[in-house]
Design a protein around this ligand. Structure first.
Ligand SMILES: NC(=O)c1ccc[n+]([C@@H]2O[C@H](COP(=O)([O-])OP(=O)(O)OC[C@H]3O[C@@H](n4cnc5c(N)ncnc54)[C@H](OP(=O)(O)O)[C@@H]3O)[C@@H](O)[C@H]2O)c1
Length: 243
């Protein structure tokens, strides 16, 4: 893997992914890890990692600010150069509380869709030229991995509720499928993955899985990505999930 860009790396699963990538053996370490966060001042651990590992580049990105993506892409291009971007991992996400049908608010739906669905689709669009550039090298991989959730699975929904989050992730799943069709001839693999129920700010302290366990699975999945996974929905251990 030459380069990977992960959004939302100041805490939770994004930070766990960066931590594990830099711990990998030198031979399989990506040349460039581009780790984004909204506020660099709230990313102390990420900054520590970047200080020790010059291949980790921190870029500021609020996924809702689509008008800033053009400048952001220029910053990414300056890092990856002619080799392009191999992997875009759309990880940043948001889940509001209290969203049963009697309490859900339009603003919650709008904010969650803007962050979880519109942002990743528009960022993918903006970064496509760099992903296509990477796909020209047939010996290397070019892929988009969208962090979704089992809560976005229509087939698995037996509990109801969670309108903003469930709907935004179901839409991410649909975007994954469309992208996989649209980009197949460009040689870009597009897939979406559920990380498990993980102990993070979003997952809460009752979650059964630690960040490290989930991230080991997610990175193992990425390391073994092939055209077989294109346009499909998986969980952290590689098991395929129903839409
Ligand atoms: N934890 C779970 O059990 C679980 C289960 C299924 C799916 N997921 C998915 O996994 C991904 C990571 O979740 P997590 O558990 O690590 O959550 P988390 O601990 O709450 O972290 C969320 C990350 O997303 C970033 N983010 C939120 N809004 C953003 C925005 N507008 N622009 C840029 N970054 C933004 C946050 O940055 P700030 O610090 O600036 O807010 C933070 O880095 C999400 O897509 C989530 O839906 C998690």
């Amino acid at each position: 893997m030459q380069s990977i860009l992960i959004t939302g790396c100041n805490r939770g699963l994004g930070l766990g992914l960066v931590r594990q990538i830099i711990e990998k053996t030198a031979s399989s370490r990506p040349r460039n890890v581009i780790a984004t966060c909204r506020d660099v001042n709230k990313a102390a651990e990420l900054q520590e990692i970047a200080k020790k590992h010059p291949n980790v580049h921190i870029l500021k990105l609020d996924i809702r600010n689509t008008e800033q993506f053009e400048g952001f892409v220029e910053e990414v291009e300056a890092i990856v150069g002619p080799a392009g971007l191999n992997i875009l991992f759309n990880n940043a996400g948001y889940a509001p509380k209290s969203t049963r049908i009697n309490s859900v608010k339009a603003e919650q739906l709008a904010e969650t869709f803007t962050t979880n669905t519109i942002g990743p689709i528009m960022l993918t669009k903006a970064l496509l030229p760099l992903l296509k550039r990477a796909a020209n090298d047939k010996n290397k991989i070019s892929a988009i991995v969208n962090m979704t959730s089992i809560l976005g699975s229509i087939a698995s929904n037996t509990d109801g509720g969670l309108y903003p989050y469930r709907c935004s992730k179901a839409a991410v799943n649909m975007a994954t499928k469309s992208l996989s069709v649209d980009l197949k001839n460009d040689g870009i693999i597009v897939t979406c993955i559920h990380p498990g129920w993980v102990k993070t700010d979003m997952g809460g302290s009752n979650a059964p899985m630690d960040v490290d366990v989930s991230c080991t699975g997610l990175l193992n999945f990425i390391d073994n990505l092939s055209k077989e996974q294109n346009g499909k929905f998986f969980q952290w251990d590689g098991k395929e999930l129903p839409w």
